[in-house]
Design a protein around this ligand. Structure first.
Ligand code: SF4
Length: 64
């Protein structure tokens, strides 16, 4: 199985911060506090990451 990459659709992100709250190891807010970014672009897709994606109101966290 190939490793999945985490992708945030910054256009759709509304900056709610939910992903950061659920999984701060992987997600953070950008300097303006408006969009989610990845702390580590190579981070593994853990259960927490999947949970963050499931709770994202914009459904803008994806795996490729
Ligand atoms: S949960 Fe989704 S909409 Fe909210 S900050 Fe994270 S990526 Fe953006």
């Amino acid at each position: 199985m190939t490793k999945k990459t985490i992708i945030i659709d910054s256009y759709e992100c509304n900056g709610c911060g939910s992903c950061v709250e659920i999984c701060p190891e992987v997600f953070a807010m950008d300097d303006d506090g408006e969009k989610a970014i990845l702390v580590d672009p190579d981070a593994e897709v853990t259960e927490k990451v999947r949970e963050a994606a499931a709770y994202c109101p914009q459904k803008c966290i994806e795996f490729d």
